[in-house]
Design a protein around this ligand. Structure first.
Ligand SMILES: [Zn+2]
Length: 290
């Protein structure tokens, strides 16, 4: 199932933001909720006959003064049928491209218009669209006129994998970008351009980053895999995929506390339904406003 709608648009202060649902993904519910028992998580997101839950792969376009900025870019068009079957990825778009390009077209953009691509981390379902397989079979940057941004530590981690981490990092998603000289690496908390800040949010990977967007006193956080869906807001609801789950726990405690205190809008990358919401304290943890 492909989550709809393709594009949702809203204003944040003086900035216009478009959430593009770059496709569907179906992953094992147990892996998505770590140590949380199934009777609890399936009340929030029901499982299919293969115990998989429906997820999205939401990307964000910000209409910034420097031009359109894209945060994350889905799974791309380079993988084979077996990959799409295993991970339940449904993201085919027009002309052999992906739904991300379809979504860009809806908001009047082409990949050549994107001036900056920010990768929260380099897992295949977030950075797979960095590059594309062209009609001649060659792999090239999808956004050739953009500067690409990622934490330097994440790039190093992605290019020095082990048996536990290798399954999520496909070199053809990021090595061609580095070879083309398109990456600008950042280290730690960094103002990337005015109003857009890289916020290290370690745990899912050691150098995972979330992106804080600020305009006219309003703030939004593209939280990425720190809380992939709204169902992951309770502090202990942490993915089995996270390489440092106890680090995720402390990062969530810190970031979600600040999000409540400063009334941030959170943007949820993998949620099949809810693109964004403010959050509230809920008992000892956090949740959506009732
Ligand atoms: Zn990830």
């Amino acid at each position: 199932m492909i989550p709809e709608p393709l594009v949702e648009t809203r204003q944040l202060g003086g900035l216009r933001m478009h959430a593009i649902q770059a496709g569907g993904q179906a992953l094992d519910g147990g892996a998505m909720f770590g140590v949380v028992p199934k009777p609890l998580w399936e009340r929030r997101i029901p499982a299919d006959a293969r115990n998989r839950i429906q997820l999205g792969m939401r990307c964000l376009v910000i209409e910034h003064d420097i031009g359109p900025i894209l945060i994350d870019n889905g799974a791309g068009n380079k993988e084979d049928a077996k990959f799409h079957e295993i991970y339940g990825v449904e993201n085919a778009g027009a002309d052999g491209r992906t739904r991300l390009e379809d979504g860009l077209r809806v908001i009047g953009l082409t990949p050549d218009d994107i001036v900056m691509v920010i990768d929260t981390h380099l897992h295949f379902d977030h950075a797979g669209g960095n590059t594309m397989r062209d009609t001649d079979g060659r792999i090239r940057p999808t956004f050739p006129k953009a500067r690409y941004i990622v934490q330097e530590g994440e790039y190093h981690y992605a290019t020095h994998t082990n048996e536990r981490t290798a399954g999520s990092y496909f070199p053809h998603n990021f090595v061609p970008i580095a070879e083309a000289g398109l990456y600008d690496f950042v280290n730690g908390e960094t103002e990337i351009v005015s109003g857009i800040r890289a916020l290290p949010t370690p745990g899912h990977t050691p150098h995972h980053q979330s992106i804080l967007i600020e305009s006219a006193g309003e703030k939004a956080l593209f939280i990425a895999d720190l809380s992939p869906t709204t169902a992951h807001l309770p502090l202990a609801w942490i993915m089995g995929y996270d390489v440092e789950p106890l680090v995720t726990l402390e990062t969530k405690r810190r970031v979600l506390t600040q999000a409540v205190e400063e009334n941030w809008l959170l943007i949820f990358e993998h949620d099949a339904k809810t693109p964004w919401s403010s959050i509230v304290r809920d008992g000892k943890g956090f949740g959506l406003p009732k």
